[in-house]
Design a protein around this ligand. Structure first.
Ligand SMILES: [Zn+2]
Length: 69
């Protein structure tokens, strides 16, 4: 199925069995697990940017995502 590429925002392909995510536009090629971490990390970064406004604590779910920096 088509999903939004986390890198270039174009249409990426998610395998029907959720085994991988691929994007032809930016050559994204990762497992679905990696994709989820990638998106989660981006969301956390976004939350951090908005932290001063919302005072939210969602960023505390960062866990072991440091490798994506
Ligand atoms: Zn892409």
């Amino acid at each position: 199925m088509k999903i939004k590429c986390p890198k270039c925002k174009e249409a990426a392909e998610l395998a029907p069995d959720f085994s991988f995510v691929k994007c032809d536009k930016c050559e994204l090629d990762m497992s679905y697990g990696e994709y989820v971490q990638f998106v989660a990390h981006n969301d956390i970064t976004y939350s951090d940017i908005l932290g001063d406004y919302t005072g939210g604590t969602e960023g505390e779910n960062a866990g072991t995502l440091d490798e994506w920096d």
